[in-house]
Ligand binder design. Structure first.
Ligand SMILES: Nc1ncnc2c1ncn2[C@@H]1O[C@H](COP(=O)(O)OP(=O)(O)OP(=O)(O)O)[C@@H](O)[C@H]1O
Length: 298
C-alpha cells in the first residue's frame, strides 16, 4: 500500500484575475492529520476542491492515495465534508444517512453512522429543521458513511459551539485511532490546528508559507512584539539589538519582534535612546500567522 495519502506538488489554480493557488505544495502521509491553516481567501477551499477532483489545476500534480483525485473519489476511498454541502429539505436524517450508506455498498450500518455523528436521537428530524451545528453533523455523517481511508474536512466546526466542537474532534480522533483514517482539514482557527493536527500547512495568498509541526508554529508565536516611537529610526541598527528577529518601521512608529523582550527593551533605552510610548505584547498565534502569511518569517 502506498505511503503517501496526498501528493500536492507545485499546484496552481486561477479564477479570472485571482491566483487562488500559486505553485503550492505539500504532502500528507497515510495516518497523518494535517491542518490547512490560513486567512479568508488564502486558498484552502480551492486546495480541497482540487484534491477531490471537483476542479482541475492549471498546473502541478495531484495524487490521492496513489491515484488521480477523480478515481480515488469514484472508488469510494475518500470522504468529504464541504462548507456548502446542501441537504435535501424534506428528507429525514435517517433517510439521508441510509442513502449515503447505500451509495458505498453499506460499508457501515445506518445505526453505526448515526451513532458516530451523534445523530441517533435526531434520526427522525427533517433536514430543514436543524441548527447549523446539527446540519454540520449530518454532513459529517455523509462523509464517513463509506468508511473512507482519507477524510477532507473544510472548516468542519464552523457552526458548532465549544462542546459540539470537542465532541466532533473526539469522534475524528477515534476514527484515526481505530481505522487509521488520514485527515486533512481546513481551518482558520489557530487553536484547532494546534490541538488536533500532527502538522500544520499555512497558506497565504495561494502559497505554502509554512509547513511544520504545531510546536514549531507555536514557537514562532512564542516571541514578543515591542512597539514604540523613535526619532529617525534606523532599521539596521534596530535589527542588530539583542533578541530582535524582525523590524518594521513606519515613519517614527517602530515594531520589533523579539525572542528576548527584556534584553531588547534594555538595549532600546541604552543603545538607541529617545524611546517614547513603549509597549510590549505577546506575539500570539494570530501575529505569527500574519507574519508567516506576509512572508517575513523565514
Ligand atoms: N469559483 C470561484 N470563482 C472566482 N474566484 C474564486 C472562486 N473560488 C475561489 N475564488 C477566489 O480564490 C481565492 C481563494 O479562495 P478559497 O475559497 O480557496 O480560500 P479559503 O482559504 O478557503 O477562504 P475561506 O477561509 O474564506 O473559505 C479567493 O480570493 C477567492 O475569492
Amino acid at each position: 500500500m502506498e505511503k503517501t495519502a496526498v501528493e500536492f506538488r507545485e499546484v496552481s489554480r486561477r479564477y479570472g484575475q485571482t491566483q487562488a493557488l500559486d505553485a503550492a505544495g505539500f504532502t500528507v502521509t497515510r495516518g497523518e492529520t494535517v491542518a490547512l491553516l490560513g486567512h479568508n481567501g488564502a486558498g484552502k477551499s480551492t486546495a480541497v476542491a482540487l484534491m477531490l477532483g471537483l476542479a482541475r489545476p492549471d498546473g502541478g500534480r495531484i495524487r490521492i492515495l496513489g491515484d488521480s483525485p477523480a478515481r480515488a473519489v469514484a472508488g469510494g476511498r475518500v470522504g468529504a465534508m464541504l462548507q456548502s454541502g446542501g441537504l435535501p429539505d424534506g428528507a429525514s436524517i435517517r433517510d439521508i444517512v441510509r442513502l449515503a450508506c447505500g451509495l458505498y455498498g453499506n460499508r457501515r450500518t445506518v445505526a453505526e453512522v448515526l451513532a458516530l455523528a451523534g445523530l441517533t436521537g435526531l434520526a427522525g428530524r427533517r433536514a430543514d429543521a436543524l441548527s447549523g451545528g446539527q446540519a454540520q453533523r449530518v454532513r459529517f455523517a455523509i462523509a464517513v458513511a463509506g468508511r473512507p481511508e482519507l477524510l477532507f474536512l473544510d472548516e468542519p466546526t464552523v457552526a458548532m459551539d465549544a462542546q459540539a466542537r470537542r465532541d466532533f474532534w473526539q469522534v475524528v480522533h477515534t476514527l484515526r485511532h481505530d481505522e487509521g483514517v488520514t485527515v486533512v482539514f481546513a481551518t482558520h482557527y489557530l487553536e484547532e490546528a494546534d490541538q488536533f493536527a500532527d502538522r500544520i500547512v499555512v497558506l497565504g495568498h495561494g502559497r505554502v508559507v509554512a509547513d511544520a509541526a504545531p510546536a514549531t508554529i507555536k514557537a514562532l508565536a512564542g516571541g514578543r512584539i515591542i512597539r514604540c516611537v523613535l526619532p529617525a529610526p534606523e532599521p539596521r541598527r534596530l535589527l542588530a539589538l539583542p533578541g530582535v528577529v524582525d523590524v518594521t518601521v513606519r515613519g517614527e512608529q517602530v515594531e520589533l519582534r523579539t525572542d528576548d523582550a527584556d534584553q531588547t527593551v534594555g538595549a532600546l533605552y541604552s543603545v538607541i535612546g529617545g524611546v517614547r510610548d513603549l509597549e510590549v505584547t505577546g506575539a500570539g498565534l494570530d501575529e505569527a500567522l500574519i507574519l508567516l502569511s506576509s512572508g517575513k518569517a523565514a
